[in-house]
Design a protein around this ligand. Sequence first.
Ligand code: SF4
Ligand code: SF4
Length: 117
Amino acid sequence: MKISLKFISEMAKNLFKKPATIEYPVKVDIPATPEYRGLHYVDDEKCIGCNLCARECPSNTIKMIPNPKKPGKKLAVVNYDACVFCYHCVLVCPVKAYITTNEYKLAVLNRDELIKA
Ligand code: SF4
Ligand code: SF4
């Protein structure tokens, strides 16, 4: 194999440069911008169980379960396995029950962990 001088000089230059890659997520974290549409939770104190968000969700990924804080009332629960983060649920909620975050790390070992109450 013929090694050119240009190749050797490039190699020597890059030997002392900082790596272009970063060790995410082990050593370096990359937070999302504050406005990023991330995980969103329903405040069980605020939710009135109207079912509007579940009806409007384009992915049909919101289920209504009994609200542990309000006997006889329902509570909306998001399954992030199918969520497309359109935030339609957040916008349609009449009592602004959704707590929004910019959290985007969703990797889990068990899919059931993607159902957050
Ligand atoms: S963000 Fe969109 S897809 Fe996700 S739960 Fe809300 S309405 Fe459904
Ligand atoms: S739209 Fe709001 S109040 Fe109605 S079920 Fe969904 S989270 Fe609860």
